[in-house]
Design a protein around this ligand. Structure first.
Ligand code: NAP
Length: 459
């Protein structure tokens, strides 16, 4: 697939970029490998200077970078600015915390002494998606560069200008050549790249299909992978929840990034006692969301990232309705230019409907009525995914007990699944494996080397 900027608001092709030749990629691999030999020896202070500078430049350039996100994948400009700030805060977090996270870990063997030294492993490949083009890269690049690794990054083919802008941030921050390298490479060449001896490990954020193919190539070449894949997060509303505030979070949880988030609230599981009131208020709120130009600050609903994304989502809704789901509101694209999908609610969804078992990547909410906690847990876990989940209630203890029964990598109480630098992020089951962010995120691509000292006379 070619690298192209296609404006999701107008459908216009703005710019395209050449895929790199094999020779160009080989040269980038060589440069990254050479860079690693120096970078791994640098002090934390030296690494920090570059990574903190990336954060500072990102904040300085926020307006320009945010506009690029909006141009290429249609995110509302306010949200794009929020993404830039979040990404900058991740670089700043690892710049200041990495040394502490990577300090030697003393052990207490019966005799002698021992410690674990946390060393980098080499050049890593990142494969990243378009939905948060700066934030997703930050989660991978910031901790690993602070750990002494070097990065080659294959970004999604619809956000080439964001991809180049990230590489430029590193260059302008004074990074040595090869520390962070953008690759315009088609996804069918990733397997060959993974086989190259320079690449030591791979991190992919994206769909299950892409994850499976990267994991298979890593397996074949005995290389580690981290996978951050899709999700179909439950949003459980118990009968004692503060309803108005819960509805506000439900709207945010489903509609952030126009519903195109792995951790968006996708399945609303609501206790019978509050179901009708929740649904009425949720529907009323979604129906106020009018489409508009994503570059304008007060726009409430932006376009989906691509025409294909819109067509696929519309088809999933149609198929679900054919299978017996009820359409409460929305269901179609807006009759206007741009990839605009109506905010949609499906209810009474049978188990054979796509909405029941597939991820809906856009502004479509599936709402379920339940009568007991048992039923809520069973429905929450009736998915092959296991990324995040949310529970709304005024009884914190009850929520924490319930959280233990949800099969997911993250459970949030009284907030939709979220992300911040100091909390770990990741899933279980088909949502992938490994963790990003917090101290866990810097721990994935390290050689945890044991150094053991014995008395030579000990047996
Ligand atoms: P995608 O098609 O899998 O694309 C993601 C990245 O993988 C892109 O760079 C893409 O390149 C590349 N890719 C695609 N097929 C590949 C293959 N066979 N081998 C190697 N690389 C391949 O994902 P998407 O549909 O754009 O993104 C949305 C998905 O990502 C959703 O399922 C969402 O839930 C998930 N996601 C998960 C997280 C998380 O943290 N768990 C975060 C965000 C998104 P091209 O663009 O060139 O195809």
């Amino acid at each position: 697939m070619a690298y192209k900027t296609v404006n999701p608001f107008t459908g216009e092709e703005v710019k395209s970029f050449e895929i790199m030749s094999k020779q160009a990629i080989d040269a980038k691999l060589k440069t990254a490998a050479a860079c690693y030999e120096d970078w791994r020896k640098n002090s934390f202070e030296d690494r920090k200077k570059i990574v903190q500078k990336v954060a500072d430049l990102m904040r300085e350039r926020s307006d320009v970078l945010a506009a690029l996100i909006t141009l290429e994948m249609g995110k509302r400009i306010k949200e794009s600015k929020g993404e830039i700030e979040l990404a900058a805060s991740i670089y700043a977090y690892y710049a200041t915390q990495a040394e502490k996270f990577l300090a030697d870990e003393p052990l207490s063997p019966e005799k002698g002494s021992a410690y674990i030294r946390k060393e980098p492993i080499g050049v890593l490949l990142g494969v990243e998606p378009w939905n948060y083009p700066f934030y997703q890269v930050a989660r991978f690049a910031a901790p690993n560069i602070m750990a002494g690794n070097c990065i080659l990054l294959k970004h999604a083919s619809n956000v080439p200008q964001c991809a180049l802008a990230i590489e430029k941030l590193f260059i302008d921050a004074g990074a040595p050549e090869g520390l962070y390298t953008n690759l315009f490479i088609s996804s069918d060449k990733i397997e060959d790249l993974i086989a190259d001896p320079v690449i030591k490990a791979v991190s992919l954020t994206g769909s299950e299909g892409a994850g499976a193919s990267v994991a298979a190539a890593c397996g074949k070449n005995l290389k580690k992978s981290v996978l951050e894949l899709g999700g179909s997060d439950p949003f459980i509303v118990l009968e004692d929840a503060e309803l108005d505030k819960t509805v506000k979070w439900a709207v945010y949880g489903r509609m952030q990034n126009c519903g195109q988030a792995c951790t968006a609230a996708k399945r609303f599981i609501v206790m019978d006692k509050v179901y009708d009131e929740f649904l009425e208020k949720f529907k009323a709120a979604l129906e106020t969301m009018e489409p508009g130009d994503p570059m304008l600050e007060d726009t409430k609903l932006g376009p989906l990232s691509s025409k294909t994304a819109l067509e696929d989502l519309e088809e999933q809704v149609e198929k679900s309705v054919k299978a017996g789901a009820k359409l409460l509101t929305g269901g179609k694209r807006f009759d206007r230019k741009g990839n605009f999908m109506q905010p949609t609610i499906l209810t009474d969804i049978p188990e054979n409907a796509e909405a029941f078992h597939e991820e809906l990547f856009g502004p479509v909410a599936s709402v379920y009525r339940v009568h007991t906690e048992e039923e809520a847990v069973a429905l929450a876990n009736a998915t092959r995914f296991g990324l995040g989940g949310a529970i709304f209630t005024t009884d914190e203890k009850r929520a924490q007990k319930l959280a233990e029964r949800i099969n997911a990598g993250m459970v949030f109480i009284n907030h939709p699944t979220g992300s911040q630098p100091d909390l770990p992020f990741g899933g279980t089951n088909q949502s992938g494996y490994g963790r990003e962010l917090s101290y866990l995120g810097i721990d994935e691509f390290l050689n945890k080397k044991l150094v053991r000292t014995s008395d030579i006379n000990d047996r």
